[in-house]
Design a protein around this ligand. Structure first.
Ligand code: FAD
Length: 393
């Protein structure tokens, strides 16, 4: 088939889109501005809705080789250490949703997607920062630096939080700062005292903060992310800075001993200022003509539902599905992208909104905190399990 998909961005979303489009029979060219493909040293949780997509792309073995599959999510009070609620993962997720709940190092997930796109013949263009875009009813054109312009039938903007494709398409300005900071660290479990090693996901909730820990790399490493409320010292575009974690230590001063022990065991942190956009307002924010937005370019979200990369992967699966259905691929692109947008925007908006709400619940104090803890005790798993999300789109 002589149809060309151009993809801006080689993160998890861009690679997933490249794979889905290539599997749909499209010729794919992916542009990444960085000189090499890299991912930050941090973990990512993948709900069964996302693992199911990866399995559908024949990546089950590759994922099983690098991920951990925790059997439980435990929610604990950061102040007292008391267990507030539990969600069984493992077999329960498999039985209920047809796939397990996985936790994985981002570089491992990125690496398995990269080798899959290489196998299906996607052309990868590193050190190509796309900066000029135009479209007409017949084609979309992109250009990077001094290279000649390149034409394609579809352009996928998978170029992340600060997406230039989005600005060209929607012109709605930069994302907003959330006033939340993320401290992230990765620890080798063998270097930790026995009491701090863990094979489950634990979320510690405290006033104006929370911390999540989970295993990655087959359980050999522990990923830790602590979120506190506050502003970064310099501009939020510089979103990955080394730090000794003094701000996190100060915020956790009144917390329970096991949590303090864990945080003290971390020698160095990376600091992120978290940004997002308000939940999507309509399909027009997902695609226009021959251009589709995908992942953080379309719907950057707070990480409190652990589904940002997951929604990028779901977007990619839907994009591949609609593009495979085009009867006259070159001609039908705008109709197909409109279908993609209609099928995706409400779910993405719901996940964005729920992530914001989760942040408020996680960080509650006073009466709100009391209500949260009581509800979690009474409803337990019923509150933590999310069939609308984990059951897939
Ligand atoms: C603290 C934290 C925890 C998280 N935890 C989870 C989790 O547990 N589960 C989950 O699913 N998600 C999680 N997320 C969200 C997830 O990380 C993101 O949603 C996801 O990585 C977005 O992927 P993306 O490919 O859309 O964007 P990005 O990863 O930002 O990739 C965009 C790519 O585009 C490239 N690019 C930009 N401009 C251009 C250009 N002009 N030309 C060419 N290339 C360009 C960039 O270099 C980059 O490689 C978390 C996020 C944070 C901050």
């Amino acid at each position: 088939m002589d149809v060309q998909a151009l993809i801006a961005g080689g993160g998890i979303g861009g690679l997933a889109a490249a794979l889905a489009c290539a599997r749909a029979g499209w010729d794919v060219r992916l542009y990444e501005r960085a000189p090499e493909f890299t991912e930050v040293g941090a973990g990512v949780q993948l709900g069964p809705n996302v693992v199911k997509v990866l399995h559908g792309w024949d990546l089950a073995d590759a994922l099983a080789g690098v991920a951990a599959f925790p059997d439980r999510l435990e929610v604990r009070s950061a102040t007292t250490g008391q267990t507030l609620g539990n969600l069984r993962l493992g077999n329960l997720m498999q039985q209920r949703y047809g796939a397990p709940y996985a936790t994985v190092h981002r570089a491992d997930l990125h690496g398995l997607l990269l080798s899959a796109v290489e196998q299906v013949g996607v052309q990868l263009k590193l050190k190509h920062s796309l900066s000029q875009f135009s479209q007409n009813p017949q084609a979309v054109t992109v250009q990077s630096q001094d290279d000649p312009p390149v034409e394609g039938d579809v352009l996928v903007g998978a170029d992340g939080l600060w997406s230039p494709v989005r600005q060209w398409l929607l012109g709605d300005g930069p994302p907003r700062t959330t006033g939340h900071l993320a401290y992230r660290a990765m620890l080798r479990q063998a270097d930790l005292p026995q009491a701090l090693r863990s094979s489950q996901i634990t979320a510690w909730l405290g006033p104006r903060l929370h911390l999540v820990q989970y295993p990655v790399r087959g359980g050999d490493w522990l990923n830790v992310v602590g979120i506190v409320e506050g502003q970064a010292q310099d501009d939020s575009d510089n979103w990955d800075q080394g730090t000794d974690g003094a701000g996190l230590h100060a915020a956790l001063a009144g917390s329970c001993t096991p949590l303090q022990d864990l945080v003290r065991a971390v020698p160095a942190w990376r600091l992120w200022a978290l940004c997002d956009r308000p939940p999507m307002q309509g399909a027009y924010q997902h695609a226009l003509g021959r251009v589709a937005l995908l992942g953080d370019a379309a719907h950057p979200m707070r990480p409190y539902l652990a589904q940002g990369a997951g929604m990028a992967i779901e977007d990619a699966a839907e994009l591949g599905r609609v593009l495979a259905q085009a009867l006259d691929p070159a001609l039908d692109v705008p109709i197909m992208l409109n279908r993609y947008a209609l099928n995706r925007w409400q779910r993405n908006a719901r996940v964005q909104a729920r992530a914001i709400r989760n942040g408020q619940i996680f960080h509650a104090s006073g009466v709100g905190r009391w209500g949260r803890d009581v509800s979690m005790k009474l409803l337990g798993e019923r509150l933590l399990d999310l069939p609308w999300l984990y059951g897939g789109p």
